[in-house]
Design a protein around this ligand. Structure first.
Ligand code: GDP
Ligand code: MN
Length: 380
């Protein structure tokens, strides 16, 4: 789950990270008032759960309170990557001499958390990571001992930090690591960490993503959930108790078991297709759950075809087939469905499918590979 920059900054401040003075607001009038109180040049920043706000025009500087009010009226209500800006953060503008990057996330391949730092921070860090990865220094953290001082020195040295940042970055990294571990984050990031004209360090942006599985014990963070900022289909799926992740392709994917669904995504991708989602119907899914799941996948208008991949163990293929057939009569389906059913009661399952009336195109496939090829051919 993501939280807003202003919320992440409040948390960082509690852990001793210097942040610019400022407050969140939801009207241009409030913005003007805050700017007047700050009594300095301010920056007005859109608060939405996506990155790249700067490039999207969601971050603007203002020299006077009147100007702050004016830019706020442009930013509030703006649409950034599909999200409407309801709130802005108004802060004392930083006098930026240098922008650095500090981040911590999970490196699954290394099975460790990884700390990343770069002297090439700011809005183009993704570009840096893609084209000049050597400019990002990394250290993996042994969970038993945590982030060590020698690692901080090595990171700053390898990233080529200027002396002022070399001296000051340690405190930021230690606080960042503390936030990351104590709040069960999957990402904690300061980008940019700004070196000001007079040689001070300040966190100009803050980003925190919390592991959803930890929300039961991160009550303060759980209370920050904003359903309006989330994908509506994911919200609906969560209500129905389904594990659904929205992706940006056009092939709806359903399967039983997270591992099988992940594999299906890979096989479809390799066959040249783009998955529209991840959806695990779970083990032993009943016809009802299957119909429900299919409904969720079809809420996505981008879906041009669906691939059902069922490996029946405790899940009975005939139950799944019944669910699919049920769905064809209760849900308005106008895309073809490719179905691979193997395992427990697969014969009965196939019979259910072949006996179904022909309103919806139900296409059987014998293997996962064949299913992927068929579904990719259908969307092309
Ligand atoms: P993001 O684009 O969503 O990551 O938003 P950021 O908060 O990182 O801001 C993007 C860019 O806007 C920064 O890299 C800065 O170049 C610029 N920016 C943000 N805050 C300030 C500020 O206080 N003063 C100045 N001069 N520029 C700022
Ligand atoms: Mn940023």
């Amino acid at each position: 789950m993501k939280i807003h920059e202003y919320q992440a900054k409040e948390i960082f401040a509690r852990y001793g990270v210097p942040i610019p003075a400022g407050r969140v607001a939801s009207t241009p009038e409030e913005v003007e008032q805050i700017a007047r109180e700050l009594g300095k040049r301010v920056v007005v920043k859109a608060q939405v759960h996506v990155g790249g706000r700067g490039k999207a025009g969601g971050i603007k500087l203002a020299n006077t309170p009147e100007e702050a009010r004016q830019v706020a009226s442009q930013i509030l209500g703006m649409n950034i990557k599909g999200l409407r800006v309801e709130k802005v953060l108004v802060e004392e503008a930083a006098d930026i001499a240098q922008e650095y990057y500090l981040g911590i996330t999970v490196d699954r391949a290394a099975r460790r958390n990884v700390v990343m730092v770069s002297a090439a921070g700011g809005v183009d860090i993704e570009e840096v990571a893609a084209t000049t990865p050597e400019k990002i220094a990394k250290e993996h953290i042994d969970p038993a001992v945590g982030l060590m001082d020698y690692q901080i020195r090595q990171l700053a040295y390898r990233a080529g930090f200027a002396p002022v940042a070399m001296r000051g970055a340690g405190a930021f990294l230690r606080a960042l690591y503390k936030v990351y571990t104590e709040l069960d984050c999957s990402l904690a990031e300061i980008n940019p960490l700004v070196v000001t004209g007079d040689g001070k360090l300040i966190a100009a942006d803050a980003k925190i993503v919390v592991d959803d599985n930890a929300l039961y014990r991160q009550k303060e963070l759980a209370a920050m959930r904003e359903v309006a900022e989330e994908n509506p289909i994911e919200v609906e799926a969560r209500k129905r108790g389904l594990a659904y992740v929205h992706l940006d392709g056009d092939i709806g994917i359903l399967g039983n078991g997270a591992g099988l669904v992940m594999t299906t995504l890979d096989v479809v991708q390799r066959a040249g297709g783009k998955p529209a989602n991840f959806l695990d119907v779970g083990g032993g899914a009943s016809a009802d759950v299957v119909r429900n799941a299919l409904e969720i996948v079809l809420l996505n208008d981008n879906v041009k075809a669906v691939l059902f991949n069922i490996f029946g163990g405790i899940t009975r293929c005939d139950e799944v087939a019944k669910g699919i057939v049920d769905a064809t009569s209760t849900v308005d389906i106008n895309v073809p469905i490719v179905i691979r059913l193997v395992g427990t009661r697969e014969e009965e399952g196939r019979q259910v499918l072949t006996q179904a009336s022909g309103k919806v195109q139900l296409i059987p496939a014998a293997t996962m590979q064949e299913a992927a090829e068929k579904v990719v051919a259908l969307v092309k």
